[in-house]
Design a binder for this molecule. Structure first.
Ligand code: CAA
Length: 386
């Protein structure tokens, strides 16, 4: 990280997040990975450190930091545990539709609880048959007086089992395609809203990923984001434009954390009478990793800055930073395991977890194939093609 590029407030935020990562996250990471349970002590520590809702405006109790500050914190958390990094980041994804499209009354109702760390908020877009093709969802919301009757199920609902709020996308007008999709905030405890299957995952195992079911679930009409039907798909896409840098920051943190461990290991590991870090072949691998990580970090941060400045047309750059950073994370963590040799393949060392955690970053918040589709489409459109 080139420290001179950041304000003293951002450096202070980074140090606070790093301190929490070293004292709370790192010592607990392997245990939560093994147990596959939600790290409530981490959630409490975030609240105590005043790091909840970094990305939310101060008028709602947030730190007013925007996407760049979110990325700085997520990177530090993910350096110690990619699972806890994303446990934090998904709250930004869940709350962004509300921030971008909610009425003043809706923001005042829900954002302060999220900013205070009292409420966790999930993002319910994907379904069993609707992943990359998000517009093909079938979960249905039908207006009935002052309620919407919600029926259907969501898949890959990150923190869905522990969140008190869930931003759910549902079809309100099946004849309108993606223009007939709306977004509703559904509160835990609403009759007809239940949590189903818990996924048993390769990585990020401390973050619960579940199915959520809605059966004649009566949601107050006042929970319809923006107060108008049909805004949902655009809100989901605008959210992903702003949330993908957070996942890219998770990937940068994972890669940096793996490189840190690998530097230590290669200094201490002696073969042929010397530290393996003294071999040029190893140094070139370390150099490639560090260069890739810094390149990814700078694109993530430039994208986040552009978003915070209100720049238009951030869709392409957001997809680029998610694509680049997550490919870097997979390459770097795999090479780190290689440098640990046989030990790297075993759970006695923390490095294999980084590789497992990195894999999902290439898949969620839009697979990297979808990022390429978004980038490719925008390139062709902006240069006069179709
Ligand atoms: N911002 C605002 N509006 C947008 C937009 C954007 N970035 N991209 C598209 N739209 C609008 C379009 O303007 C269009 O609106 P109109 O009909 O009014 O003209 C509408 O959305 C449909 O656009 P497209 O025709 O381009 O839509 P498409 O169906 O061809 O493709 C897609 C869209 C980019 C492939 C999209 O479906 C997509 O991003 N898929 C991936 C889904 C995804 O990322 N899922 C992640 C789940 S969340 C998750 O993983 C979180 C977690 O748990 C950690």
């Amino acid at each position: 990280m080139i420290e001179e590029l950041y304000t003293s407030d951002q450096m202070e935020l980074r140090d606070r997040a790093r301190d929490l990562a070293e004292t709370v996250i790192r010592p607990a990471a392997a245990r939560y990975d093994a147990e596959q349970t939600y790290p409530w002590e981490f959630q409490t520590a975030i609240k105590d450190a005043g790091l909840s809702g970094v990305w939310l405006p101060q008028e709602y109790g947030g730190l007013g930091g925007g996407v760049l500050d979110l990325c700085i914190v997520v990177e530090e958390f993910s350096r110690a545990c990619g699972g806890m990094g994303v446990c934090y980041a998904v709250n930004a994804t869940g709350s962004l539709p509300l921030l971008l499209g909610g009425t003043d009354e809706q923001k005042e109702r829900w954002l302060p609880g999220i900013a205070a760390g009292e409420d966790l908020i999930a993002f319910g877009l994907s379904e069993k048959e609707s992943g990359s093709d998000a517009g093909s969802m079938t979960t249905r919301a039908v207006r009935d007086g002052d309620r919407y009757i919600l029926n259907g199920e969501k898949k890959w609902n990150s923190i869905g089992s522990v969140a008190s709020l869930n931003t759910i996308f549902a079809v309100t007008d099946p004849l309108q395609g993606s223009r007939g999709i709306s977004a509703l905030v559904v509160e835990r405890g609403t009759p007809g809203y239940t949590v189903g299957k818990h996924e048993d995952k390769l990585g990020i195992r401390c973050m619960p990923v579940v199915e959520t079911h809605f059966e004649d679930c009566r949601v107050p009409a006042g929970n319809l984001l923006g107060g108008s039907e049909g805004l949902g798909f655009g809100l989901a896409m605008s959210t992903l434009d702003r949330a993908r840098p957070g996942i890219a920051a998770q990937a940068v943190g994972l890669a940096q954390g793996a490189l840190d461990l690998t530097l230590d290991y290669t200094h201490g590991r002696k073969q042929f009478g010397q530290s393996i870090s003294s071999f040029q072949g190893v140094q070139w691998m370390l150099a490639d990793m560090a260069t890739r990580i810094e390149g990814a970090r700078q694109l993530v941060h430039a994208t986040a800055r552009a978003i915070d400045m209100g720049a238009r047309g951030i869709t392409r750059t957001s997809a680029m930073c998610k694509l680049l950073a997550t490919e870097v994370a997979m390459k770097v963590t795999t090479d780190c395991v290689q440098l640990f040799g046989g030990y790297g393949y075993c759970k006695d060392y923390p490095i294999e977890k980084y590789m497992r955690d990195a894999k999902i970053t290439q898949i969620y918040e839009g697979t990297n194939q979808i990022q390429r589709l978004v980038i490719g489409r925008s390139l062709v459109r902006d240069t006069g093609g179709r």
